[in-house]
Design a protein around this ligand. Structure first.
Ligand code: PNS
Length: 165
């Protein structure tokens, strides 16, 4: 039987424990999960594409189910390129739903053979997002329990504690 591959696309700026949670759940369902960092300069991410890829690699700790890639065009095109049968997305709170619903229907219209699968994080990760982590850290809050250690370190390097946060 052929491998069932899923694509887990996102900005991952940076990867959080919520992302890791979704990834671990996806690995229980699929043989292989390709985590794909969107290269989107218009979003002006805090971390470069290369940094985001490295942070994901450092966070997955050699999990054999996971591969890391980057893409620049349509998610469905990259999904087809890597042989994915599904796109995995995480759902946290109901406000995520509207945008995810719209993306799912558009992706289905673009390629009806690729299905979107939604997974829910554990309750402890429901309030975590990359944006909120960056804001809290920048303003001096603690984020160590919300991101993998490599990402916490990377945030400290981006915002040295010299009063310039
Ligand atoms: O982590 P994010 O920022 O919520 O991820 C959003 C992402 C990367 C999944 C979405 O912006 C995306 O798929 N972008 C690629 C362009 C695309 O395929 N657009 C059409 C789908 S609506």
């Amino acid at each position: 039987m052929s491998e069932r591959i899923a694509l887990y696309p996102g900005s991952f700026d940076p990867m959080t424990r919520g992302h890791l949670d979704i990834l671990e759940r996806a690995c229980l369902i699929f043989d292989r999960v390709v985590v794909a960092v969107l290269e989107n300069p218009s979003k002006s991410p805090l971390f470069t594409t290369e940094e985001r890829v490295e942070l994901i690699r450092a966070s997955i700790d050699g999990d054999g189910c996971v591969e890391v890639g980057t893409f620049a065009g349509l998610t469905v095109d990259y999904a087809r390129q890597v042989g994915a049968v599904a796109i995995v997305r995480g759902l946290r709170v109901t406000s995520d739903f509207e945008n995810e619903f719209q993306m799912t229907l558009m992706n289905r219209r673009l390629n009806p053979d690729i299905h979107t699968v939604f997974l829910m994080t554990s309750f402890s990760n429901v309030f975590i997002s990359s944006s909120i982590i960056k804001e809290v850290f920048r303003l001096g809050g603690t984020i160590d329990d919300a991101v993998p250690p490599a990402c916490a370190e990377a945030l400290r390097r981006k915002y040295p504690t010299d009063g310039q946060r």
